[in-house]
Design a protein around this ligand. Structure first.
Ligand code: FE2
Length: 510
């Protein structure tokens, strides 16, 4: 493990911040510079999404979540890899590139130049399409949680326009960035089901829960009313339930309307107030929605959830509170030590009595939990995360971390001192037997992706190396990630720190 000395702090921060420089170039090429070997069994396409532009014509965004979405695709077959990156041609991206100046306010902090008068009463949302990627039924969507998805060509990454999913979404409807795939839905004779949601915010919130079959046909849609403002980024699923954690935040829209700050800067943590676990039935026969109070905190992402009789187990990355970036703060100079770290925490909820127990697995700061796709909604053993290099305290994500939730064993591969990791994506080794029902988001073929042990597969992560100001795609053996990369694929340019990705078994070679 690398020890980061105190006097290296400024360098660490400037290294991390440089990973947020814009990447305006688009490339497509066969990856030739490879250390090690790409496993020949690795077959399919990794998609990653995240902000590609952190400025508009030299005007910096105030929060990385406001950056224009850029999708990266890397396809693998027979040990070869083909790379492509393309901006999502959203309405806002095209208009601002044409104008050569910012035309929109960003949701998380970016204002149009010209002070509050230039921003007041401009309540348009810029759909930056920068948060998630969804390959499903041969379709590729770039997701942003507050509006419709954009459809992309899965080979060329050309933007084909907004996708309202054959009329499931109406103009302006939200389709969240955090879908989950039930590998064997009990409501669909064991077929995979894509579960996603969309919020219609306000003083009360409408939550639309959508489920699609492997042909992207809507098979269930339920709308639920939440009697207050709700800020829900992720959902966890089990065979019977969709589970949300409503964190104690209040919302003041007035400064946003007056042009004084961005929409999300009206969010404020409410210390001392509880969080609420919202348990929604995926099917009407399951019963009514229920809500349970738990100690307050803040959750962006869930690792997984499962049922044990009438007990629900929900694993999430919990923070002590929500932290935004206020109008006076430059996110590139953020003081990690002053922010609460995210910690992997298990919430055990007895649905009969309402009793709740919480257990933090480890003190290491972490984010972006992933697991074997066959274990979504089921009891599982292994979780993989992006994590801080140090075992305690807060810091940028520099390591890939594996936890065995049964034994407590863990392994870490760190890119510190000058490397920074993205969310890992777990890819099961194909054409093996055993972990039943394994599916990738795009295959619907259990045999193809099943594997003999739950950790038999690979972890794929983009790693930004500040020493070279370039990013690599790193492939780790998920059984033994601490042994270091099986392969390191050099991209020759940097990809800004990104958000979420997905893997499909389909190969898209030119
Ligand atoms: Fe997220």
């Amino acid at each position: 493990m690398t020890l980061t000395l105190p006097e290296a702090g400024a360098t660490l921060l400037s290294d991390w911040a440089r990973g947020y420089e814009s990447q305006p170039e688009e490339h497509s090429f066969w990856i030739e510079h490879i250390e090690g070997h790409v496993p020949v069994e690795l077959h399919g396409t990794l998609y990653r999404n995240g902000p590609g532009l952190l400025d508009v014509a030299g005007y910096p965004v105030h929060h990385p979540f406001d950056g224009d979405g850029m999708v990266v695709a890397i396809s693998f077959r027979d040990g070869q890899a083909y790379y492509r990156n393309r901006f999502v041609r959203t309405e806002g991206f095209l208009a601002e590139q044409r104008a050569g100046r910012p035309l929109y306010r960003g949701v998380f902090g970016t204002q149009r130049p010209g002070g509050w008068l230039a921003n007041a009463l401009d309540l348009r949302l810029k759909n930056v399409a920068n948060t998630g990627a969804l390959p499903w039924a041969g379709r590729l969507l770039a997701l942003w949680e507050a509006a419709e998805p954009h459809r992309l060509d899965p080979l060329t990454l050309d933007t084909l326009g907004l996708d309202r999913l054959e009329g499931v979404l109406r103009p302006g409807d939200a389709f969240a960035a955090h879908y989950h795939i039930d590998p064997a839905s009990p409501w669909d004779d064991g077929a995979p089901a894509l579960v996603n949601f969309g919020l219609k915010p306000g003083l009360s919130t409408t939550l639309n829960l959508y489920e699609f079959d492997p042909a992207f046909r809507l098979v269930r849609h339920n709308a639920f009313e939440i009697d207050r403002f709700a800020f829900l980024h992720d959902v966890a699923i089990t065979p019977r339930f969709a589970i949300f954690i409503q964190n104690p935040v209040r919302y003041d829209a007035l400064p946003y309307a007056l042009g004084l700050q961005s929409a999300a800067q009206g969010l404020a943590s409410q210390p001392g107030r509880p969080s609420t676990i919202i348990v929604l039935p995926r099917h009407p026969s399951v019963g009514a929605p229920r809500a349970f109070r738990v100690p307050g905190g803040f959750v962006w992402h869930h690792a997984n959830a499962f049922e044990d009789g009438d007990v629900l187990v929900i694993d999430s990355v919990w923070y002590a509170s929500y932290v935004g970036i206020d109008p006076r703060t430059n996110f590139r100079q953020i003081d990690f030590a002053a922010l609460p770290p995210g910690k992997l925490t298990r919430t055990i909820l007895d649905l009969r009595s309402g009793a709740v127990r919480c257990r933090t697995f480890d003190q290491r700061a972490c984010e972006f939990p992933v697991l074997h796709p066959a274990k979504v909604g089921r009891p599982y053993r292994y979780v993989y995360l992006a994590a801080a290099d140090a075992p305690e305290g807060n810091g940028p994500l520099q390591a890939i971390w594996k936890l065995d939730l049964e034994s407590g064993a863990q392994e870490l591969w760190s890119a510190a001192p000058r490397g920074f990791v993205s969310e890992p994506v777990f890819v099961p080794r194909p054409r093996s037997a055993a972990v039943a029902g394994a599916v990738s988001p795009d295959s619907g073929d259990p045999e193809r992706n099943s594997s003999p042990t739950e950790d038999d597969g690979w972890l794929l992560a983009l790693v930004y190396d500040a020493a070279r100001h370039e990013s690599d795609l790193v492939i780790l053996d998920a059984r033994r990630p601490a042994r270091g990369p099986l392969a390191r694929l050099s991209l020759g340019h940097h990809i800004p720190h990104g958000l979420h990705g997905a893997f499909t078994s389909r190969v898209y070679f030119p």
